[in-house]
Design a protein around this ligand. Structure first.
Ligand SMILES: Cc1cc2nc3c(=O)[nH]c(=O)nc-3n(C[C@H](O)[C@H](O)[C@H](O)COP(=O)(O)OP(=O)(O)OC[C@H]3O[C@@H](n4cnc5c(N)ncnc54)[C@H](O)[C@@H]3O)c2cc1C
Length: 501
């Protein structure tokens, strides 16, 4: 159905509900944003539209064995709700935590599950967004209007993962599975499993299935960095023994972790060879001096150009040491009926091939946006600190950190949005848009993220879909929590970059 036909159907379907703020998505960002809105602007009406049947986003979509966070929950958890468990958490633990946030803050009544948003149209005449959604199951179409749109839709398509096309895939007689769509009926017992990929997903999945299948092989084209450590924070344990309040422990441990991460990030830039040596040294310490760490665990890129997955209690490496799991570093030539033929000529036989090959970037939740009837091409816009976009009124976008926990940015953006909404209320303005100032007009426009700084595959494949950045801090999405934590609260809302009506 094209947008015009859909719009006509919506118009005739039912009365439109109006809210001050419409939040897209009930993942960790949407729930966190709703908390801030309720706390800072209690009189603001809002709904959260979520296409899935429950909250959680990433943590409900991914159901593969062993699914867990790869960053600590003191910083991945919200600033306002203490995390009381071990730092690396399972998806179920994260969902329980989010469930408590929803219950404690009476957010449930604001969430409309099973509502997939299809279109969002801004009208300069009425200064509102019209959001059109389809109810899953019944297929009923519903419309909302909102003064402000808060995009918390995440960064990848939930309905499918990314699987490259390899020759011969159709000939393989076993089963090919993407971790994002893990089937309930898969039997691993006595099966030879090959996992393609060596990112956080592979590192989580492999140790959790190694005991359940005949053998699991991690097949990677090139090695990845990992950090190893205990799944515990000594300081938190000590403070608990001293019966310090959980609120204090949460804050102290967050500060400690953030301080250490900052120091680590700086070291990655200042002395990458030394950091590389230390990271690889941790692996050699588990696998022993005879293991070929040079081939399998020595990446070619600088640490921190891609997210470094934390491996709690070195479980992936203990699996390799025990012989239940192994690593092959090679390129795929093609799939065969028995498995995978590698460029080296070796054939990996398999009953199940898991393609842990990443995501499809999904900019703006696959929603067709129009501004006064004109389709919005996000790539034509310039980003204001990775959260607002030139030419797109009354809209904020939450895109978290990769080098630090995503949620740290959710909290920062939320505080900014609430401040902006309060400012508009005080001023009696109904529209805000960011615009390049006279001094910005000759600014060079660059790709959204500097590939030399951060370059995961899903970003590189889709950079052309993302907004542009400039060469000034205001017009960049810099992925630097330690700078933004001071910059965001200091943003001058009367700066010329903000245009109000
Ligand atoms: C397996 C895995 C592990 C990860 N581990 C970590 C980690 O340890 N630390 C970390 O910092 N980051 C991690 N990440 C990144 C992670 O995705 C984010 O940290 C965070 O969970 C994203 O939350 P979100 O709410 O922004 O987006 P999502 O979790 O993607 O949630 C977005 C929600 O919006 C909904 N939605 C999207 N489009 C629409 C639409 N059109 N209409 C209605 N609803 C819509 C989706 O259904 C979804 O529920 C991980 C990612 C994955 C995939």
């Amino acid at each position: 159905m094209n947008i015009e036909t859909a719009r006509a159907t919506y118009a005739s379907s039912q009365a439109t509900e109006h809210v001050d703020v419409l939040i897209v998505g009930a993942g960790i960002s949407g729930i966190g944003s709703a908390y801030h809105l309720r706390r800072d602007l209690p009189d603001t009406s809002f709904v959260i539209l979520e296409s899935q049947e429950s909250f959680g986003g990433t943590w409900i979509t991914h159901r593969y064995p062993g699914i867990r966070s790869d960053s600590d929950l003191h910083t991945f958890g919200y600033s306002f709700k203490p995390w009381v468990g071990p730092p690396i958490a399972t998806a179920q633990e994260i969902l329980s935590y989010m469930g408590e946030v929803i219950a404690e803050n009476d957010l449930e009544r604001h969430i409309r599950y099973g509502h997939r948003i299809e279109t969002a149209s801004w009208s300069s005449e009425t200064k509102v967004w019209t959001i059109e959604a389809v109810k899953l199951g019944s297929g009923e179409r519903v419309a909302f209007t909102a003064n402000f749109l808060w995009m918390c839709q995440g960064y990848y398509r939930h309905a499918e993962g990314y699987t490259p096309e390899w020759p011969g895939m159709d000939k393989f007689k076993g089963r090919i599975v993407h971790p994002q769509l893990w089937p309930d009926d898969i039997a691993l017992k006595d099966k030879r499993v090959v996992v393609i990929g060596s990112g956080a997903t592979a590192a989580t999945l492999i140790p959790s299935i190694a005991d359940k299948c005949a053998h699991v092989t991690m097949l990677q084209r090139s090695p990845t960095f990992f950090r190893l450590g205990r799944n515990a924070i000594e300081l938190a344990e000590q403070l608990r023994q001293l019966q310090v309040k959980e609120e204090w422990i949460h804050e102290i441990v967050r500060r400690k972790i953030l301080f250490e991460q900052d120091a680590f990030t700086r070291r990655c830039v200042a002395e990458p060879e030394q950091v590389t040596k230390e990271l690889i040294g941790q692996i050699t310490a588990v696998l022993g001096p005879n293991y070929d760490v040079a081939t399998h665990f020595t990446p070619k890129y600088r640490p921190w150009r891609q997210r470094i997955a934390f491996v709690p209690d070195a479980d992936l490496f203990h699996g390799i040491k025990s012989g239940k799991a192994s690593v092959v570093t090679d390129e795929i030539d093609r799939f065969t009926d028995k498995g995978i033929l590698l460029k080296s000529g070796q054939e990996l036989e398999a009953d199940i091939i898991v393609t842990a090959t990443g995501f499809n970037l999904c900019v703006l939740g696959d929603i067709a946006f129009t501004i006064d009837g004109k389709p919005l091409d996000f790539a034509d816009t310039v980003t204001y600190r990775g959260m607002m976009f030139t030419g797109v009124p009354n809209m904020a976008w939450v895109f978290g950190y990769f080098r630090a926990s995503w949620t740290l940015r959710t909290d920062l953006v939320a505080e900014f949005v609430c401040r902006l909404l309060k400012h508009m209320k005080e001023q009696g303005t109904r529209k805000v848009e960011v615009a390049l100032r006279p001094e910005d007009h000759n600014m060079p426009l660059l790709s959204w993220i500097d590939p030399d700084n951060f370059n995961p595959g899903y970003m590189m494949r889709n950079m052309h879909l993302l907004p542009k950045r400039g060469d000034k801090p205001e017009w960049q999405h810099n992925q630097d929590y330690w700078a933004e934590k001071d910059q965001f609260p200091a943003i001058d809302l009367d700066d010329k970059a903000f245009v109000y009506e």
